[in-house]
Design a protein around this ligand. Structure first.
Ligand SMILES: [Zn+2]
Ligand SMILES: [Zn+2]
Ligand SMILES: [Zn+2]
Length: 335
């Protein structure tokens, strides 16, 4: 079984494969190219077991969830938490699922219809509810890689759902930051950010009945934007059907605008939501009040420098205010 190991200084968890790749497996070091011929998602391969499927009125599938090939996680066995010398490790319990967002290789759902985009978002929701039923699962993360430099190895519209027995480091940092702010001010930091962004309006790209989209004050990537529900709610799991329908419209408009503005850039998006709230020891009680779920969309139009990777200090080559201006104009022109 693969292992999860915790790095003792920063608390970062890594997956270590049971079977190590030999050095020549890494050569030549090139970006994986999306392959169009023999795309496994285009073929109606019956050997791939579907975990969930959405069909249209004619019975044709629109969205499909399958167990990801080469998942580093498994759902059999216990967590097997243990110490080895000074180090902590556990079994690589978890799930990695692929959401095939469309049967069409070259048409992402945001280019098809609002209903299709809503089906993708509702699929994320249904799978999150299902995966969180397992008490070993601590966190469900939804993310999308689009375009080769983002980690997309398929070229077919898809996203991934990863369920892990630990809270990933990046999420833990956000949860801790939100909790510290709440302890001090007794207010949700994200609700405060929404109020501040609406007040200045300098970085706001789009507002709808249920969502605000803005370029955050200090992001990591140029043209990065966040999509946040206006209603305070710590978990995507608790979003309403109406909110998800609105989110589908927002994501469709934003992803199309991003594509037009930056000429089809590679990008990632990730849902940040509360961990599973099955009661545990040492669980803090203000999670419902202090955290606020959101989506971070990160265009990958610039390679990170060694300084950025090593220091965690990023350089924004377009200011968030200017990025918001460009994106806002694109959204408005696209309407
Ligand atoms: Zn395909
Ligand atoms: Zn809030
Ligand atoms: Zn976040």
């Amino acid at each position: 079984m693969n292992e999860l190991r915790r790095e003792p200084l920063l608390g970062r968890w890594v997956v270590v494969l049971k079977e190590s790749l030999a050095p020549d497996s890494y050569m030549p070091l090139v970006e994986p190219q999306p392959h169009i011929e023999n795309c496994i998602f285009c073929k109606d391969d019956n050997s791939i077991k579907e975990k969930y499927v959405v069909k249209d009125e004619s019975g044709r599938w629109m969205v499909k969830v399958v167990e990801a090939e080469e998942s580093v996680f498994t759902l059999s066995g216990d967590l097997g938490r243990r110490g080895v010398g000074m180090y902590d490790m556990m079994n690589s319990i978890g799930v990695l699922e692929t959401v095939i967002e469309s049967p069409e290789h070259n048409i992402p759902p945001e280019d098809i219809s609002e209903e299709h985009m809503a089906s993708v978002i509702n699929t994320f929701h249904i799978r999150t509810l299902e995966l969180e039923k397992d008490p070993r699962i601590r966190y469900v993360m939804i993310h999308k890689n689009s375009g080769a430099p983002s980690g997309d190895t398929f070229g077919h519209p898809h996203s991934m759902i990863t369920a892990t027995p630990v809270i990933p480091k990046r999420i833990k940092e956000e949860l801790d930051g939100a909790k510290n702010y709440y302890d001090y001010k007794e207010r949700c930091i994200f609700c405060d950010i929404i109020r501040e962004e609406e007040r200045t309006a300098e970085r706001v790209i789009l507002t709808t009945e249920h969502f605000i989209v803005f370029a955050p004050f200090a992001t990591r990537f140029p043209f990065e934007f966040w999509v946040m529900p206006r209603r305070h709610n710590c978990s995507f799991k608790d979003s309403s059907e109406e909110e998800r329908a609105d989110l589908a419209r927002v994501m469709k408009r934003m992803l199309r605008s991003l594509r037009r503005l930056l000429k089809d850039p590679p990008y990632n998006y990730v849902f940040h939501t509360a961990p599973s709230r099955i009661p545990r020891m040492a669980q803090w009680h203000t999670l419902g009040e202090d955290f606020h779920w959101h989506i971070e969309v990160m265009p990958r139009i610039r390679r990170l420098s060694g300084f950025e990777l090593g220091s965690g200090m990023y350089t924004l080559t377009t200011s968030p205010e200017d990025a918001a201006k460009y994106l806002k104009k694109e959204v408005e022109d696209g309407d």
